[in-house]
Design a binder for this molecule. Structure first.
Ligand SMILES: Cc1ncc(COP(=O)(O)O)c(C=O)c1O
Length: 429
């Protein structure tokens, strides 16, 4: 007889205390922070940690310039400003992402224009980009979402053909590769988040900007530091205190930088363990009717910031929506102790700010720039469908390993084998 489902009072599948949090904090991470605080002259650490991170991340990425900042959003704003976007310029971005991708464009008084996602990778669909290009388009900004590389070859070909800048949002994809090359090393500039949950984690907040172009770097560096040129290490009396333009205060802090530098030493090893976990899930969950597992196109090496699971009622001969199936199965899985959940609930263009076209004031940046760009949810059916029919399985990060993954698989089997009972249960949330 099948084991009683946890939603019906049965024993939960995942043993208590087995799931380990991310990021994994080792003794070397603690030592790295302790060294900062133990420093005789703590203010010098700001320069030491920042310069160390600049050197190490630029080396890892194989790029010329890096600027550590206080968030991924700030890093993306530096990209937008750095490549020379002007107020009212249009920047093409995917309809499914964290809205910070679009906020970085708005921060510079530019206008986001959304493109629907590819149904397989969930990244921007290159086939739909050209239809959105207008006289005002200046850049395309793909996002390597969930750690899956966007299809960079056609994206870069379109950018070249239309004389657009290419910016990469690598917030979720440190170490992911497209045709052998690291995501973030393709475009004119790239922004990375090192916020706690990310594949390169600061344990708190942070971001990184990279580029190979000197002009882009110089513009970004000004923007990052009040619009001033501040020479690290130089005494206060010898600094210029002269603003060359409008800038923000985007400096990163030394503790998170020390932590990132320590984590960076294990980035590839951590990615390899996460990939192993996710490949195991894919191998076993793909055996289940009605469950869809991630597809990796040839030449892509994703790093699985999130593990995405799709629900297909047609494959089960069920006359219910994918959304209903997802919610019912998720509820049962959660009761079994599997941490599943959703992230974005709306495509970005469906969110209030775009529906109302008011970023700040009475309608800027749209009204201030005479922009006629509009945002209709029906223009992004694949983003809507993705949100309805998919959820994430969390805690696939190391040090969690195949032991936990095998419990996840067991729980999926238990739930899907008793689907009638699962569908009968009322959905709580
Ligand atoms: C795709 C994407 N872009 C940008 C960001 C913004 O990064 P941060 O939260 O560090 O500002 C995030 C992170 O949450 C993200 O997931």
């Amino acid at each position: 007889m099948a084991a009683k489902l946890a939603i019906h009072g049965g024993k939960r599948t995942i043993p208590d205390g087995l799931i380990q949090p991310w990021p994994q904090v080792t003794q070397s991470d603690k030592d790295a922070i302790a060294e900062v605080i133990a420093s005789e002259r703590i203010t010098e650490q700001q320069r030491i940690q920042s310069e160390g991170l600049v050197k190490e991340w630029a080396e890892y990425m194989g790029v010329q310039y890096c600027i550590p900042v206080n968030s991924g959003t700030a890093a993306l704003h530096l990209c937008v400003a750095g490549v020379g976007i002007e107020p009212g310029d249009e920047v093409i971005i995917p309809a499914f992402t964290f809205w910070a991708t679009a906020a970085a464009v708005l921060h510079h008084n530019a206008i986001p224009v959304f493109v629907d996602i590819d149904p397989v990778t969930y990244c921007i669909d290159p086939n739909e980009i050209e239809a959105k290009i207008t006289e005002r388009t200046r850049a395309v900004l793909p996002v390597h979402i969930h750690g899956m590389p966007a299809d960079m070859d056609p994206i870069l070909a379109i950018a070249k053909k239309h004389n657009l800048k290419a910016i990469e949002d690598v917030a979720q994809a440190h170490g992911a590769r497209y045709k052998g090359k690291l995501c973030g090393a393709f475009g004119d500039a790239a922004g990375y988040s090192t916020q706690a949950s990310k594949t390169l984690s600061s344990g708190c907040q942070g971001g990184l900007f990279t580029t190979d172009d000197e002009e882009t770097y110089k513009r970004a560096a000004l923007l990052q530091y009040f619009g001033e040129i501040v020479v690290p290490g130089r005494e206060r009396e010898e600094q210029e205190y002269n603003a060359y333009g409008l800038g923000w205060m985007y400096r990163g802090d030394m503790f998170s930088q020390a932590f990132i530098r320590s984590q960076l030493k294990r980035l590839d090893a951590n990615n390899a363990l996460r990939i192993e976990n996710c490949n195991y899930l894919t191998k076993h969950l793909s055996e289940l009717d009605g469950i869809e597992t991630p597809f990796t196109p040839d030449g892509c090496k994703p790093v699985y910031y999130n593990y995405v699971v799709g629900f297909n009622p047609d494959a089960l001969g069920l006359d219910i929506s994918a959304r209903t199936l997802r919610k019912k199965v998720q509820e049962a899985l959660r009761a079994e102790g599997v941490p599943t959940g959703q992230w974005q609930r709306l495509p970005v263009p469906s969110q209030e700010i775009f529906q109302n076209r008011i970023g700040y004031g009475t309608g800027c940046p749209w009204r201030c720039n005479n922009s006629t760009v509009e945002y209709k949810t029906e223009d992004y059916p694949r983003a809507v469908e993705f949100i309805d029919s998919h959820c994430y399985v969390f805690d696939i990060n190391p040090p969690n390993d195949l032991e936990l993954m095998s419990y996840y698989v067991e729980a999926f089997h238990k739930v899907m084998d008793q689907l009638d009972a699962v569908l009968d249960a009322p959905v709580v949330s």
